[in-house]
Design a protein around this ligand. Structure first.
Ligand SMILES: NC(=O)C1=CN([C@@H]2O[C@H](COP(=O)(O)OP(=O)(O)OC[C@H]3O[C@@H](n4cnc5c(N)ncnc54)[C@H](OP(=O)(O)O)[C@@H]3O)[C@@H](O)[C@H]2O)C=CC1
Ligand SMILES: Nc1nc(O)c(N)c(N[C@@H]2O[C@H](COP(=O)(O)O)[C@@H](O)[C@H]2O)n1
Length: 219
């Protein structure tokens, strides 16, 4: 599986403010690029922290991208995936509407009643990991459902875990020309952080987009 992480940070590396509400960092050209990356993916993954904070939809905005997918015999939108060890995704979350398939990755510890509620709300529940979602096992399961190109849109906890598990192939990072600040504001890679064997990236391109910079790395 090819795993492409895409995110937008402020110039000081924050994904959002300490309030953890969605902050518009990308401009219109960058959001159009994000739509194209989504359209080229089989599925788009976020963590439950992002679902609870942003209530994202994770579908395509541009109808020509939807048409192009359909002409290739693909579903109109990529599938949506939430990493949610304890099945905390609200049943009225926007990602559970019927516009696209939604996989909720849970651990063996997830309460069965919550998993049943999510299934009743339309989700396909995938169990991978004992106490927390195990991404290697979860990605094997997603591959068995035909997911070969996975886009990851955050947040910082999930992105850290994917780097720690050496599962990231590509990173595109939009750095907006703003400062958010705050020691408790989420950053691109949170989790425990690395103290040695820091993942090294290979810079492929630097491009001015809107009033910020798009950095493309292979990992
Ligand atoms: N600017 C941008 O591009 C983006 C910004 N954001 C912002 O980021 C913030 C949310 O980020 P964050 O709080 O880090 O949330 P995440 O979306 O990274 O979700 C974190 C949660 O995912 C669950 N999870 C399940 N399995 C794992 C695993 N193996 N490793 C790590 N987490 C796992 C955990 O909950 P559990 O243990 O219950 O499973 C964890 O608390 C919001 O403020 C949002 O607005 C988000 C995306 C993009
Ligand atoms: N690329 C990008 N730029 C920003 O400025 C952002 N705030 C985000 N956030 C991500 O986009 C998701 C929202 O998706 P929908 O518009 O609801 O489909 C949000 O949840 C973050 O993952 N991304």
């Amino acid at each position: 599986m090819h795993v492409h992480v895409n995110a937008a940070t402020s110039a000081d590396g924050k994904l959002s403010s300490r309030r953890r509400e969605q902050v518009k960092i990308s401009g219109s050209d960058d959001f159009a690029r994000v739509d194209e990356v989504r359209a080229a993916s089989d599925a788009v993954l976020v963590g439950v922290g992002t679902v609870l904070a942003d209530d994202p939809h994770l579908t395509l905005d541009d109808s020509s991208l939807i048409d192009a997918r359909e002409s290739r015999g693909e579903s109109p939108h990529p599938a949506r995936v939430v990493a949610d060890s304890r099945a905390r995704t609200p049943t009225d979350a926007r990602i559970l509407d019927d516009e696209a398939t939604t996989y909720v990755l849970v651990s063996e510890d997830a309460p069965e009643t919550r998993c049943e509620s999510l299934e009743a709300a339309g989700a396909a529940v995938v169990v991978a990991g004992e106490e927390r979602v195990s991404f290697p096992a979860a990605f094997d399961a997603l591959e068995s459902h035909g997911v070969e190109r996975l886009m990851v849109e955050g947040g910082g906890e999930v992105i850290f875990s994917l780097f720690a598990a050496e599962l990231v192939d590509e990173l595109t990072l939009y750095v907006g020309s703003m400062i958010i600040g705050g020691r408790d504001a989420p950053t691109l890679a949170d989790g425990e952080g690395f103290v040695e064997e820091f993942p090294r990236l290979s810079l492929q391109s630097v491009e001015r987009v809107d009033d910020g910079v798009l950095l493309t790395y292979t990992c």
